[in-house]
Design a protein around this ligand. Structure first.
Ligand SMILES: NC(=O)c1ccc[n+]([C@@H]2O[C@H](COP(=O)([O-])OP(=O)(O)OC[C@H]3O[C@@H](n4cnc5c(N)ncnc54)[C@H](O)[C@@H]3O)[C@@H](O)[C@H]2O)c1
Length: 259
C-alpha cells in the first residue's frame, strides 16, 4: 500500500490518460486505492493503461472519448458511475502532440481551433459533465493540468497559453461556486516535462543547443517527469486537500514562481 494520501472508495476520471502525465496520474490514483476511469482519444491506449492497473491489483475501466465532443463525453460517462474526482489532463493540439509553433501574428483563426478545443473546451465539457453529481454528493475534486505557457507567456505558443489560461480561470470560478458543497478546484501548472510528447527533445537531442537553452531557464536543470506531479495530485484529490481550492500550484522546477 502506498504511503501518503489515500483515495480508497473514490472514483477518479483522468482524461488523456493513455500516456505521459495522465498515465502517471491514473497509475498513482489506482495505487492510492481509487477506482480509475481511464480516458483517452485512443481506445487502445485506454485499454493498455486500464489493463496495467488491473494487472497490478487495482480497479480501472476504460472510457475512450474525445474531450472536444460534448455529446461523446456525456454519452461515454453515462455508462459509468459518476466520478468523485476529475483530472482534466488531456491537452495539447490533438492526438499527435503539439501543432507547429508560430508567432501569433503569423497564425490564422483556423490554426487556433485545435488548441482551444482540447485545452479549453475539453475542460469545459468534462467539468460540466461531472459537476452536477459532485454537487448532489456534496463532495468533489476538479484538478486541471495547465501550463506555465498560460502564466508566464510562451513565444510561439500564444494560443495554447491562452487556452490554458482560460481553463485556469474556470477553476477559480468553480472554486467559488462549489466550495459550499465540499468541492475543490485547483490547477497544476507544469513546466517542460519529459513525456512521449517531448521525448525526441530529451532522448535524441539532450545535449542539443535547444535542450540546453530550455534547461537554462530552470532552477532545477532537468525536465519534469510524471512522478513529479503525482503526489500533488493525490494530496489535492484526497480529504487532506479539503482546504486548498482555487489555486494554481506550479510544478515546474523553478521555471517561474507564484507569489
Ligand atoms: N509535456 C509537457 O512538457 C507539458 C508542459 C506543460 C503542460 N503540459 C500539459 O500536460 C498534459 C499532459 O501532457 P503530456 O505531455 O502527458 O501529453 P501527451 O501528448 O504525451 O499525452 C496526452 C494524451 O492525451 C490524449 N488526448 C489528446 N487529445 C485528446 C482528446 N481530444 N480527448 C481525449 N484524449 C486526448 C492523447 O491521445 C495522449 O494519449 C496536457 O494538458 C499538456 O498540455 C505538458
Amino acid at each position: 500500500m502506498s504511503a501518503g494520501p489515500r483515495l480508497d472508495g473514490r472514483r477518479v476520471l483522468v482524461t488523456g490518460a493513455g500516456q505521459g502525465i495522465g498515465r502517471g496520474i491514473a497509475l498513482a490514483c489506482a495505487q492510492a486505492g481509487a477506482e480509475v476511469l481511464v480516458n483517452d482519444l485512443r481506445a487502445e491506449r485506454c485499454e493498455e493503461v486500464a489493463g496495467e492497473i488491473r494487472s497490478a491489483g487495482g480497479t480501472a475501466a476504460s472510457a475512450p472519448f474525445d474531450v472536444t465532443d460534448y455529446d461523446a463525453v456525456t454519452a461515454a460517462l453515462a455508462a459509468h458511475a459518476p466520478p468523485d474526482v476529475l483530472v482534466n489532463n488531456a491537452g495539447n493540439a490533438g492526438a499527435e502532440g503539439f501543432a507547429t509553433r508560430a508567432r501569433f501574428a503569423e497564425t490564422e483563426p483556423a490554426d487556433w481551433e485545435a488548441f482551444l478545443r482540447v485545452n479549453l473546451y475539453g475542460v469545459l465539457h468534462c467539468t460540466r459533465a461531472v459537476l452536477p453529481a459532485m454537487v448532489s454528493n456534496k463532495w468533489g475534486r476538479v484538478l486541471t493540468v495547465v501550463s506555465d505557457a498560460g502564466r508566464a507567456g510562451d513565444p510561439g505558443g500564444a494560443v495554447y497559453g491562452a487556452a490554458k489560461a482560460g481553463a485556469a480561470g474556470l477553476t477559480r470560478s468553480l472554486a467559488l461556486e462549489n466550495g459550499r458543497y465540499n468541492i475543490t478546484a485547483n490547477n497544476i501548472s507544469l513546466g517542460t516535462m519529459r513525456t512521449p510528447l517531448t521525448e525526441p527533445l530529451w532522448a535524441e537531442q539532450a545535449d542539443s543547443p535547444q535542450a540546453k537553452a530550455i534547461l537554462q531557464n530552470y532552477a532545477i536543470r532537468r525536465p519534469g517527469v510524471p512522478d513529479d506531479v503525482t503526489n500533488l495530485v493525490l494530496l489535492l484529490a484526497s480529504d487532506q486537500g479539503s482546504w486548498i481550492t482555487g489555486q494554481t500550484i506550479c510544478v515546474n522546477g523553478g521555471f517561474s514562481f507564484a507569489l
